[in-house]
Ligand binder design. Structure first.
Ligand code: 3HC
Length: 294
């Protein structure tokens, strides 16, 4: 466990928040995860139970470790439960105003010594930090989907983050079994700065008739050894998420490579958000055999 960190708070129990809460509890931390409603909380905790079950099936976690992990995890809808956390990681909806309001609320409640971290994928950390009074103790901690499997965490410092806090966050990420890398507060950090233009370029290549979805995916999987082709990854991340991130990055840098292509916008407008809605670049009616649509 990282020095000075015993209790972890997580805001949001969706895809990313539930994963972060799961790995914190697995690593031995007392963990509180806060959601806006009991329904969302239930769904998130059920996802954690399912994921821990997969590790038990695989033999990398015992049944006892699974129940101890769940014993360290507390779900709540009350901000007050975060009061004595040593670090609070925010993984709520990617909306700057909502995030700022949430940070202002917890800044009044959580002890002043606690570190605040945002798991945002593209928003500017400094813009959330200014909604609090702890400008030296505010960082980005960007995890990757699926959190229990992906090894990387991007640790983001702002111009006011204290070096000790950054060091503590690096140690904390390592204690979760992750490999931390350091990056500065630029929209998209390291990974999305490189990944997002690549994903958008795959859509442009499709639009220009360079290849179909299946062949472009096969090309990158078999030609470059990527675990998923760009369209499988786009559907996995979520098309509305990618569209949102691309727009924020385009706004920050005003560079064409971050501009979302028209087809992406049309799919998002039509509600075809990828795997989660059953349709994106592939049709997931038969989950074991997704059918390419373009
Ligand atoms: N919890 C526990 N176990 C899980 C799991 C979860 N959430 N999800 C999958 N698994 C297990 C499966 O049960 C399976 O176990 P087995 O080997 O015993 O059968 C194993 O992991 C492998 O899963 P699959 O067979 O379903 O599929 P893959 O072999 O393709 O692995 C993957 C899945 C690890 C997701 C791999 O495809 C991969 O690395 N894909 C790329 C993911 C990626 O790029 N993520 C980053 C997205 S970008 C991002 O997050 C940034 C954001 O800001 C947008």
């Amino acid at each position: 466990m990282a020095e000075g960190i015993q209790k972890v708070g997580v805001l949001g129990c969706g895809l990313m928040g539930s994963g972060i809460a799961q790995i914190a509890a697995t690593a031995g931390y007392a963990t509180v995860v806060k959601e806006v409603s009991e329904d969302f909380l239930k769904k998130g905790i059920a996802g954690i139970e399912q994921s821990l079950g997969k590790f038990v099936d695989k033999g990398t976690l015992t049944r006892q470790q699974r129940s101890e992990t769940l014993g360290r995890l507390k779900g709540t809808t009350d901000f007050e439960e975060l009061r004595d956390c040593d670090i609070v990681i925010e993984a709520i909806t990617e909306n700057l105003q909502t995030k700022r309001e949430t940070f202002t609320t917890i800044d009044r409640i959580v002890k002043p010594a606690a570190i605040f971290a945002s798991n945002t994928s593209s928003l500017v950390i400094t813009e959330m930090m200014t909604a609090t009074r702890r400008v030296d103790r505010f960082i980005g901690m960007h995890f990757f989907n699926p959190v229990p499997l992906m090894k990387l965490v991007e640790v983001v410092g702002t111009i006011t983050t204290s070096p000790q806090v950054l060091e503590q966050a690096m140690q904390f990420a390592a204690s979760l079994g992750k490999v931390p890398i350091r990056t500065s507060d630029r929209s998209g950090f390291i990974v999305n700065r490189l990944l997002v233009p690549y994903l958008l370029d795959a859509i442009r290549a499709l639009e220009e008739g360079v290849g179909n979805v299946e062949d472009i995916d096969k090309g990158m999987k078999l030609g470059c050894g990527y675990p998923m082709g760009p369209f499988t990854l786009l559907d996995f991340v979520g098309l509305e998420t990618t569209y949102y991130i691309a727009n924020i990055m385009f706004e920050e840098f005003r560079e064409k490579r971050f501009a979302p292509p028209p087809l992406l916008k049309r799919l998002v407008l039509a509600g075809h958000h990828g795997k989660k809605t059953g349709r994106g670049f592939y049709d997931y009616s038969d989950a074991a055999n997704p059918k390419p649509l373009f």
